[in-house]
Design a protein around this ligand. Structure first.
Ligand SMILES: Nc1nc2c(c(=O)[nH]1)N[C@H]1C(S)=C(S)[C@@H](COP(=O)(O)OP(=O)(O)OC[C@H]3O[C@@H](n4cnc5c(=O)[nH]c(N)nc54)[C@H](O)[C@@H]3O)O[C@H]1N2
Ligand SMILES: Nc1nc2c(c(=O)[nH]1)N[C@H]1C(S)=C(S)[C@@H](COP(=O)(O)OP(=O)(O)OC[C@H]3O[C@@H](n4cnc5c(=O)[nH]c(N)nc54)[C@H](O)[C@@H]3O)O[C@H]1N2
Ligand code: SF4
Ligand SMILES: [Mo]
Length: 612
């Protein structure tokens, strides 16, 4: 028996008990206060994925057209990569190389160690902006921090609001915490998700109208001594009746919500990542936090968590120029990046505006190195593919952006064939580059010990239980409403005549794009019955969905849980398996905060495919 720690990009960071004497079996660590002895739906596929015949075992070298390869040895593949890196550095400098990485594996060594290599060669640096970054930046401007409360304190709340998040699917242990508390549960989400169904009250604003919703709550609260003086007389305009026309939420329900926020204190708000991926998403997060401040609840949001981990030690200090992630295609168009080195992410799936991204990489003949476990869409586009290890195949530590535990991940088997962990890959690359610095060769165990020492974690306890509690670092909240009034004045709801708003939330089956190749994702276009009636569409119809970014074809599912005027296609399905995914339609426009993602501000037309 050993302890694994789930390194997927997920709030819960579960501690896992792994049996590996007869086959490989996993279960949730019963001692862990958050994991509580169970794993999520998608964890069923971790073992299948790790043992899958589809795993990459040998490096591949492109031969001719993209997608055509021959197998080579790891030694040879790394020689090709190092030669190319040296050539590019000589010709145009380290900044012409861009590591494209994200949270496919967010264990500390796997995530940070490769950065030491890229800092050493002076590469460009990817500015993460695809997930929660706009909301984080917005919170920092208002409160000085995006680090929220310890979710275990949810048990002490009288009311819990899940605002634009679907924890019944995306944060199952947080959902359990709420459901086993005595708190009244509110959900604010245009979609009638499983979370909304399980809540006491579901408020369903039109997407992108959370700001007027909050302003109308403040309008109601102004009658009860809550004075939103920092934003002047704006709240006077937002009577519940006025806001109801923008949000689609009945005025009486807005009033009830406002009074519950006033009377059911202390309350907590788990501010979702999903809903802030919209053009004014960061500002929406900030407006919610402002409302919480006025109610004296500003410490009670959940968004990020930090624990005094020394990231500079783990990854070094980046010095290169910064390239934004969300609109990578446009960045590549206007600069001289000649190599993308991809690991821990699947950009030819997860980034918006896929048509442009693929076209630019092709047109500019950008050399792509891809380190992954599977031959996914990004790997299919690569010049060199290097097989990666699964989390059963290396030692690491996993922290959490949600709770206050760090967990140990122990190696229980060797990677198949020549598959190699992130740590070991970059050690080999450093050696081949002729580098000498000790930090490029530091071993997994040495790094683990250093991190544990810094965090004051007792090593024996960690290896006995699988996890240890660490201290949340948040500091004082420093309230700064400067500019908020002007920002709110600049808000106007987005609409497009004749179009539906496309939401691309998280499905239940996988994490990001992981595992569509193992068991298949939901690839339907989900539509409310009333929109289907208007458009003369029936369940199961083949439909074409299009806008200025692209055109896709799929089947329609009539789904009353979808808000009128919107359409839902879940994110993450593999274009190479289905010919498309939702990011062939999504906008790569960015928000003001952090140049953050705004995929949920996409509009599409839907028509029936005519038989020919
Ligand atoms: N339309 C739309 N698009 C979205 C979103 C949306 O809401 N709508 N959400 C966005 C969000 S929130 C996120 S976080 C991103 C996620 O998007 P990505 O960052 O692309 O995450 P994944 O799709 O999970 O891909 C992670 C990849 O890392 C690989 N991997 C796993 N472990 C390892 C390892 O140890 N080493 C290496 N080298 N590779 C490994 C996996 O096999 C997988 O191919 O997607 C974004 N895309
Ligand atoms: N099963 C599973 N769990 C995961 C992941 C996974 O891939 N699979 N990925 C992890 C990652 S990377 C992330 S970022 C999180 C994401 O976790 P969530 O934040 O739960 O993500 P989403 O499902 O994208 O969005 C949540 C909800 O936002 C709603 N929404 C969209 N627009 C608006 C709006 O304008 N206002 C309001 N109020 N709501 C809106 C959508 O209807 C959706 O139900 O989940 C993590 N957990
Ligand atoms: S994906 Fe999330 S809930 Fe599922 S096992 Fe991993 S950390 Fe736990
Ligand atoms: Mo994310």
């Amino acid at each position: 028996m050993a302890f694994s720690a789930c390194p997927k990009d997920c709030f819960d960071s579960c501690s896992i008990i792994t049996e590996h004497d007869k086959g490989l079996r996993i279960r949730g660590n019963p001692m862990h206060p958050i994991t509580s002895g169970f794993l999520c739906y998608k964890a069923k596929f971790f073992v299948d994925a790790a043992l899958s015949e589809k795993r990459l075992k040998k490096p591949l070298l492109r031969e001719g057209k993209r997608g055509k390869f021959r197998e080579v040895t790891l030694e040879y593949a790394l020689d090709v990569v190092v030669e190319k890196i040296k050539e590019i550095i000589n010709d145009c400098g380290g900044e012409c190389i861009l590591p494209v990485e994200y949270a496919g594996n967010r264990a500390l060594i796997s995530y940070y160690f490769p950065r030491r290599f890229f800092n050493r060669i002076g590469s460009s640096v990817l500015q993460h902006s695809l997930c929660d970054e706009a909301g984080s930046a917005a919170l920092r401007t208002l409160l000085g921090t995006s680090v929220g409360m310890d979710p275990e304190d949810l048990r002490k709340m009288r009311m819990i609001v899940f605002w634009g998040i679907n924890p019944a699917w995306t944060n199952v242990h947080g959902w359990r915490l709420a459901k086993t508390s005595n708190a009244k549960i509110y959900v604010v989400d245009p979609t009638r998700t499983d979370t909304a169904r399980g809540a006491d009250v579901h408020i369903d604003p039109r997407p992108g109208t959370d700001i007027p919703l909050v302003l109308s709550i403040l309008n109601v609260l102004s009658n009860y001594g809550i004075d939103a003086k920092e934003i002047g007389d704006i709240v006077l305009r937002y009577t519940p009746e006025y806001a109801s026309r923008i949000t689609g939420v009945d005025a009486s329900r807005i009033r009830d919500f406002a009074l519950d926020l006033l009377n059911e204190r202390p309350f907590a708000v788990h501010i979702g990542y999903g809903f802030q991926r919209n053009i004014k998403g960061g500002l929406a997060v900030k407006t919610i936090a402002y409302m919480m401040h006025l109610l004296g609840m500003d410490g009670n949001f959940i968004y990020d968590a930090k624990h005094g981990i020394d990231y500079v030690y783990l990854g070094g200090t980046p010095r290169g120029r910064i390239i934004n992630q969300v609109n990578l295609a446009r960045e590549l168009e206007r600069n001289d990046i000649r190599m993308l080195f991809v690991y821990n992410t699947n950009p030819l799936n997860s980034l918006p505006n896929q048509n442009l991204l693929r076209e630019v990489i092709e047109r500019k003949n950008i050399f792509m190195v891809v380190h992954d476990l599977f031959l996914n869409d990004t790997a299919l586009f690569a010049d060199v593919v290097i097989p990666a290890a699964s989390f059963f195949e290396f030692n690491d530590l996993v922290d959490s952006y949600y709770h206050d535990y760090i967990a140990i991940n122990q190696k229980v088997m060797d990677p198949p064939g020549e598959a190699i962990s992130n740590h070991d890959l970059f050690v080999l690359l450093s050696r081949k580059m002729g580098f000498r610095e000790h930090y490029l060769f530091e071993g997994e165990d040495e790094i683990i010990d250093k991190v544990l020492n810094d965090l004051n974690v007792n090593r024996d306890e960690l290896y006995r239980k699988g996890f240890a509690r660490i201290r949340r670092v948040r500091g004082e909240l420093i309230f700064n409403p400067e500019g908020l009034r002007e920002e709110i004045e600049s808000y106007s709801p987005m609409e497009r005549e004749g179009y539906l708003r496309l939401l691309s939330p998280t499905g239940i089956h996988g994490v990001g794009s992981q595992h569509d190749n193992i068991h298949g994702f939901d690839i339907f276009a989900h539509m409310n019955p009333s929109d289907a009636l208007n458009l003369n569409l029936n369940d199961g119809d083949r439909v074409v969905i299009k806008n200025e970014y692209g055109t896709v074809e799929t089947f329609l599912k009539i789904d009353p849980s979808v808000k009128i005027g919107t359409i839902i296609i879940y994110r993450g399905s593999w274009p190479s398996l289905h010919g498309w995914n939702v990011n062939y339609l999504t906008t790569d426009d960015v928000q003001e905060y952090s140049m953050g993602a705004a995929m949920n501000s996409t509009f599409v037309k839907v028509e029936k495919v005519r038989d020919v």
